[in-house]
Design a protein around this ligand. Structure first.
Ligand code: AMP
Length: 430
């Protein structure tokens, strides 16, 4: 099904063609006709399915069909997103789709100056993309008015609830006096989500894309059983031996992310870091370097990487299994996007086996295990004994990713020495 068959203006179809969009994705096929008729929508769709265009294009077309002079502080369409990166990404997509029509869009989110955002809001906007917290700040300062809102979208609504935005969302809703057409997109549903959707949606059309379409069709899943303390080596080895060129690595903790970046650098693998302690500008720089291929690996925590759109990403690694099985679906949503082939790799220690079973139940398929020789998990008894007797830091001899890098080798020796010294000091203190 083509975009021109959906009665989009030639200017919009032209922009979409330039984006490389020819046919509608399944979520677009389902959502666009209902949204064009003005219905509220409750959509179950993961990142990577083309959901942004599914909600944005009907809004853009309806605004084009009914142009209005911009009035100060006024917003016609509001799209709420959980993270800065996702908000920026949505706004960027909308800019691409509206290249040949006269629609203005802005993204506002925390971590950047209020003043530059104030200026954008003051001129009046057709489409505003915002994170809930920052929008609320602007509402309180009367920098923006939602009184005449015509369209409202909640993207990754489950994430917004997970991140505790429910109070902010309620406060924002209390500022909306009109009855906007409302669309809610979420990868997962909970009782809290059902409650919110009944509060904000009026007779919604319910749509859902098959899980197979979102993940299994285009993504191959592989699990490497491995002990926790061998994961670092396994990652370097796979990247080097399999010649992976663009790898997004998920970890559960910022500390793990920091450590892993240092370790990969020691192995001569250009790596960037994306976690919540990093300034907004540093996260953006890291993402740009990763997208442009200047860095081969980006190590990220869940929250920081939420909703990132990285075109054609071939490999996603779960260095740590996520705490919630649903997050597996979110994480691997970064690969195998819109029909491209993707590769989802998970490192699973014995302690993480239960999560793996939960993930398999959720995605409805058993994931292929690959036991790499030399990385077999130790038996439970051996593991216990090792924990009692040995340092957690392994001898890293024999790593071959960058054998010629003399300075890396020297730095590695220094790092090992520093770790030993630290261990000595800790023992002495005891
Ligand atoms: P999203 O789920 O909105 O993050 O979209 C995932 C990726 O698919 C993005 O890179 C989009 O640019 C791309 N995309 C969305 N719709 C289409 C389409 N109809 N054809 C090709 N690519 C698309």
């Amino acid at each position: 099904m083509s975009f021109s068959s959906q009665n989009f203006s030639p200017e919009i179809v032209r922009a979409l063609t330039e984006c490389g969009y020819e046919k509608l994705t399944p979520i677009q096929k389902q959502a666009i006709p209902h949204a064009r008729r003005g219905h509220d929508i409750l959509a179950n769709a993961q990142t990577g399915t083309g959901k942004t265009a599914a909600f944005a294009l009907p809004i853009i077309q309806q605004i084009c069909n009914n142009p209005k002079p911009r009035s100060r502080f006024n917003v016609r369409a509001l799209i709420l997103a959980p993270t800065r990166e996702l908000a920026a990404q949505i706004a960027k997509n909308i800019e691409d789709y509206t290249k040949y029509v006269s629609i203005n869009v802005a993204a506002i989110y925390g971590g950047t100056k209020m003043s530059s955002q104030e200026k954008k809001l003051e001129q009046g906007l057709d489409i505003l993309v915002a994170t809930p917290g920052r929008l609320l700040e602007h509402l309180e300062l009367k920098n923006v008015s939602l009184a005449n809102l015509e369209f409202l979208v909640f993207d990754e609504a489950d994430r917004m609830l997970d991140m505790g935005f429910i109070t902010d969302i309620r406060a924002i809703m209390s500022d909306i006096r009109s009855q906007p057409q409302t669309m809610l997109f979420s990868a997962t549903f909970s009782s809290q989500m059902n409650k919110l959707s009944t509060e904000i949606l009026r007779k919604p059309k319910r749509i859902s894309v098959d899980r197979e379409n979102a993940t299994a069709d285009t993504v191959s899943h592989v699990v490497y059983p491995v002990d926790e303390d061998r994961k670092r080596e396994l990652l370097s080895e796979l990247i080097g031996k399999k010649n992976w060129q663009q790898v997004l690595v998920f970890v559960n903790y910022k500390e793990t992310a920091n450590m892993l970046v240092e370790e990969l650098k020691l192995d001569g693998i250009k790596t960037v870091l994306c976690h919540g302690d990093k300034a907004q500008s540093a996260r953006r720089r890291a993402l740009d370097e990763f997208k442009e291929g200047k860095a081969r690996v980006m190590v990220a925590t869940e929250v920081a990487a939420r909703g990132l759109d990285i075109q054609g990403l071939p490999h996603v690694v779960n260095y740590d299994m996520p705490f919630l099985a649903e997050d597996y679906v979110h994480r691997i949503g970064r690969t195998g996007r819109a029909g491209q082939k993707g590769h989802a790799v998970s490192f699973v220690s014995r302690e993480e086996e239960l999560t793996l079973v939960q993930v398999e139940t959720l995605i409805g398929q058993r994931i292929h295990r690959v036991q790499l020789t030399g990385y077999e998990p130790a038996s439970r008894d051996a593991l216990l004994q090792k924990m009692q007797t040995k340092s957690a830091f392994k001898d890293r001899k024999g790593r071959t990713n960058n054998p010629t890098d003399q300075s890396a080798a020297e730095r590695r020796v220094r790092l090992r020495q520093a770790i030993k010294n630290k261990a000595k000091i800790t023992t002495m203190k005891k």
